[in-house]
Design a protein around this ligand. Structure first.
Ligand SMILES: [Zn+2]
Length: 131
């Protein structure tokens, strides 16, 4: 599943940052997801929960911020919301030859919130292999 690999990647990145920052528990992760990133928010939330289990992110909430896909026409001054499925023909002049996608493919971690542990008091065990 597409969302599962995204969730795993996000958890991996956050885990690394959290460990480097001495976090005790991650409470929430904010993601920016473009309309055209091909992510189903519900599926991602579900996979995120699974991917978090047993990590420092266990129980963390996922907040997704969706980004509207917009395109700009190179033949006229038109910009428009592309929508889903994407409409890549300019509604202004009807051309689709010189279309530039301005936004909508984002998939990035915006922010992570965590609780700090007492500095140096805890070292994390390496992540055990999944049984
Ligand atoms: Zn146009």
């Amino acid at each position: 599943m597409h969302e599962m690999s995204i969730a795993m990647a996000v958890v991996g990145q956050v885990e690394e940052a959290a460990r480097a920052g001495g976090a005790r528990a991650v409470t929430s992760v904010r993601l920016r997801v473009g309309e055209l990133a091909g992510v189903v928010p519900d599926a991602l939330a579900f996979c995120f929960e699974l991917a978090c289990a047993g990590t420092v992110l266990d129980g963390a909430s996922l907040v997704t911020e969706s980004v509207t896909a917009r395109a700009r026409c190179g033949s006229c001054p038109g910009t428009w919301a592309v929508g889903m499925p994407p409409e890549l023909c300019c509604p202004g002049c009807g051309r689709a030859t010189d279309v530039e996608l301005l936004s909508g493919r984002e998939l990035e971690i915006l922010s992570v919130r965590w609780e700090d542990g007492p500095a140096g008091a805890r070292t994390r065990e390496p992540i055990p292999e999944e049984a």
